[in-house]
Design a binder for this molecule. Structure first.
Ligand code: FNR
Length: 496
């Protein structure tokens, strides 16, 4: 049985009298997160990125779910600690950021995964488990791309696979596991499925009170959630009340009472105004928009995503001049200007540039290694970032062109692989060797990294679109001072 909920209106927020039923080790861990008696930001594709999650937490949410992330995509990502922003980024091999998180939400963020396979799900869980508070499996998404891949609502017809995925995760992952489901046409089938889910050791189950065919305009079935809540032995998180029942903070508790659930998860109302979680009442849209943009600037949130989310925050205001300017804006700075926040944008970016400079000087220290044959290997900690280049002018193309212009042989690349199946390329140009100290999942990226090192050493442009990058000759005075003393390299040219 879930704990006793104390009326949110009296307590100012939902909270739990601990009856000691959350006895599992993982629940103790998330106990700080604990799924009973909580106000939760629901998972929302596109909307549930870092700024909205942080804002929801500031306004009073206890737990925030990220947007659904597909297992395949996360498995093609690398975990990178972004020292400049103070975030942990999971960066896809195409250079896009799949998931960005930070310390502020570490004990409250749940990563929702789209998966159809237990082994894959566990691999993803191991990749992210130290950076999140919990992991949720989407079992309710009715969209084609999800269902065709056997994910989301497709799982509702596969109790064995549900059992396999959830048990594997509960056993193999150090963080609490949950799932979010929809109703089945027959109540008895729904209850059977809930029994399968809870038998795996999940810490809670989210229930969106609609069938997979139903849309938000259809009435949410509070009675069905109540039947599930009465039967379940794990906390049930009620969902689906936005607009129909939930319009203000007090309605969240009303919805919880109507459904007999332990906790409530809010999606659309929070997407339109995350201060729905504020017990003192919602803030006006203008304040929320400004608070949101601040986080978007602080965490360098992708512009298109920021624009989409701000549009959602201005729902019902599409005839206002600010909304028109928002639609026309093409950069985050332009968006800031709509609300006279350019100074904020400029000051954050000025500070960031200073941090970047210090960081760059640190990471770009040149290591110069003497090879057995007397040739030199130059190494710099440089990472290829796809978004800084167009497809026609990559570092490799730039290096080939530079060699041609200087009448040198074409660059020759070789590759090292380590025990983690990460790669490091070395390029030979004019009798000298160049490589980045970064290991990469993607062979092409590490070759670009090696080409960048070579071009940086030659003082040549590497094709980057980033006009802030200085392409000075690192053999010149400045960087020569940073060059570390020569080491003797015992192994082959590519060994390191
Ligand atoms: C969703 N929903 C959703 N559900 C999920 O499990 N994973 C997801 O990534 C998404 N993405 C998503 C995007 C957007 C824009 C919306 C509006 C909804 C469904 C959502 O979590 C929730 O179940 C429903 O919206 C019902 O809750 P509300 O809106 O009535 O509070």
């Amino acid at each position: 049985m879930p704990g006793i909920i104390i009326n949110a209106l009296k307590m100012g927020r939902l909270c739990i009298m601990d009856e000691g039923e959350n006895t599992g080790k993982k629940d103790d861990m998330i106990g700080k997160l604990g799924y009973a008696g909580k106000l939760i930001l629901a998972p929302m594709v596109r909307a549930g990125t870092l700024p909205l999650r942080l804002l929801a937490l500031d306004y009073g949410a206890d737990i925030v779910y990220c947007e659904e992330l597909i297992d395949f995509k996360l498995l093609r990502s690398e975990r990178i600690e972004n020292e400049i922003l103070g975030t942990v980024d999971f960066v896809h091999e195409d250079g896009t950021i799949v998931f960005r998180t930070c310390d502020k939400e570490k004990n409250s963020v749940v990563l929702q995964m789209g998966t159809a396979d237990a082994k894959r799900a566990l691999k993803v869980a191991k990749l992210v488990e130290n950076d999140v508070a919990g992991i949720d499996i989407n079992m309710g998404c009715p969209k084609d791309y999800s269902v065709k891949g056997g994910m989301g609502a497709a799982l509702l017809k596969q109790p064995d696979n549900i059992n396999d995925i959830l048990s594997t995760l509960v056993k193999g992952c150090s963080k609490p596991i949950t799932c979010k489901m929809r109703l089945l046409p027959k109540m008895e089938d729904t209850l059977d499925l809930v029994k399968v889910m809870q038998s795996t050791g999940v810490s809670a189950i989210g229930v969106h009170g609609r069938l997979k065919e139903q849309r938000p305009r259809h009435q949410v079935n509070c009675e069905a959630i109540k039947v599930i809540s009465n039967m379940a032995s794990v906390p049930i998180i009620a969902n689906g009340g936005s607009g129909q029942i939930i319009k203000n903070f007090e309605d969240i508790e009303k919805f919880r009472e109507m459904t007999g659930a332990s906790s409530v998860m809010v999606a659309r109302e929070a997407q339109w105004n995350p201060s729905i979680f504020r017990r003192e009442g919602k803030h006006p849209a203008l304040k929320v928009v400004k608070d949101y943009i601040k986080y978007a600037v602080d965490y360098d949130n992708q512009f298109a995503n920021t624009k989409y989310c701000v549009q959602q925050l201005m729902v019902g205001k599409s005839d206002e001049p600010e909304y028109m300017r928002l639609l026309k804006s093409q950069t985050l700075r332009e968006m800031c200007a709509i609300w006279k926040m350019e100074d904020y944008f400029d000051s954050v970016n000025k500070k960031r540039k200073e941090v970047e400079k210090v960081y760059k000087n640190r990471v770009e220290a040149v290591k110069k290694l003497k090879m057995d044959d007397g040739s030199t290997l130059y190494r710099i900690h440089l990472r290829y970032d796809k978004k800084n280049y167009n497809s026609l002018m990559t570092p490799k193309v730039a290096l080939s062109e530079w060699c041609q212009t200087n009448k040198l042989d074409i660059p020759v690349y070789s590759m090292d692989e380590n025990a983690d199946r990460l790669y490091q390329a070395t390029v030979k140009v004019d009798g000298e060797y160049f490589s980045s100290t970064c290991w990469e999942k993607n062979k092409r990226f590490t070759e670009h990294g090696a080409a960048m090192v070579c071009l940086r050493m030659k003082g040549a442009h590497d094709g980057s679109l980033d006009t802030n990058l200085e392409h000075k000759n690192v053999q010149g005075k400045d960087l020569a001072q940073k060059t570390e003393p020569e080491d003797r390299l015992q192994s082959s040219a590519t060994g390191s």
